[in-house]
Write a protein that binds this ligand. Structure first.
Ligand code: NAD
Length: 244
């Protein structure tokens, strides 16, 4: 609790705080992360989420994304997402920068969210960018046994998420926010995926406060003002109490 009180003090003192979230905030909604103890990379090759795998084996790629979609589609926000939405409502954080593709922050009521890596609910044509719902693409895959294609130009569809080996288009917007922030609350991220992990580094590098709530150690722990290795939902619920 002592650490949570410290986080509450940091949030009260800061003028522009942001939250930076990763897959770990959604494991309690039964969506597996990549690198945690039950992470997807314990069972699958990380290449399956890459641009080169999409080009080489679009059907195998779509089967992997259909499996990810199914774990995400029925998921509901948990107490951690709800607490972050509450922090925004009460004016303690300005915005969430998330690496997650599951849309659970907006489902929980957060208004200002940058989805750095896109979201899995929508897909787009890889050639002409026309959009379709991912669920329709998966139904087409299951019906035809072939990767889904664009109704307009016949190009291959792909989920509207950033794949490994692709640029992160929203990084500039995220960096603008980071440069204006004096506190970053990291929740459920291994802080190993770049360029996303630059966000907390930038806030800390310009003299801001850095708080890390994550089950496993991260490369930024040594530079953080507070580190808590516990479940995101538990810590964030206590934080709301400490601020009440
Ligand atoms: P990561 O898998 O690299 O790290 C997740 C971290 O969360 C781990 O260090 C783990 O210890 C921690 N964690 C797990 N459960 C936790 C809990 N209940 N409370 C606190 N910490 C917990 O994930 P990352 O850092 O977000 O980066 C990897 C990539 O994962 C991102 O690009 C993101 O797009 C993608 N991803 C997203 C989802 C999703 O949308 N839910 C799921 C899997 C992967």
């Amino acid at each position: 609790m002592e650490h949570v009180v410290k986080i509450a003090e940091i949030l009260r003192d800061a003028t522009h705080s942001i939250a930076f979230t990763g897959a770990g905030i959604s494991t309690e909604s039964n969506i597996p992360d990549f690198r945690g103890s039950q992470g997807l990379w314990k069972k699958f090759d990380p290449r399956m989420a890459s641009r080169s795998y999409f080009e080489e084996d679009p059907k195998g790629f779509w089967s992997f994304y259909a499996m990810r979609y199914n774990s995400i589609a029925g998921a509901e926000p948990n107490d951690g997402h709800a607490a972050l939405a509450e922090l925004e409502r009460r004016g303690y954080i300005d915005l969430i920068i998330t690496q997650n593709i599951d849309t659970l922050h907006t489902k929980a009521g957060s208004k200002s969210v940058i989805e750095l890596h896109g979201n899995i609910i929508w897909s787009r044509c890889d050639l002409c960018s026309v959009e379709r719902r991912t669920i329709e693409c998966i139904e087409e895959l299951e019906r035809s046994g072939r990767p889904p294609t664009c109704k307009s130009c016949g190009g291959l569809m792909r989920p509207s998420v950033v794949l490994f080996e692709e640029p992160v288009r929203l990084m500039e917007a995220a960096m603008d926010v980071a440069c204006r922030s004096d506190c970053c609350l990291v929740v459920g991220s291994s802080l190993t995926v770049y360029p996303a992990a630059l966000v907390p580094e930038v806030v800390k590098g310009q003299g801001g406060a850095l708080v890390i709530i994550n089950m496993d150690p991260t490369p930024l722990d040594d530079r953080a003002d507070v580190v808590i290795r516990d479940k995101a939902s538990v810590v964030l619920k206590k934080l709301i109490e400490a601020l009440s």
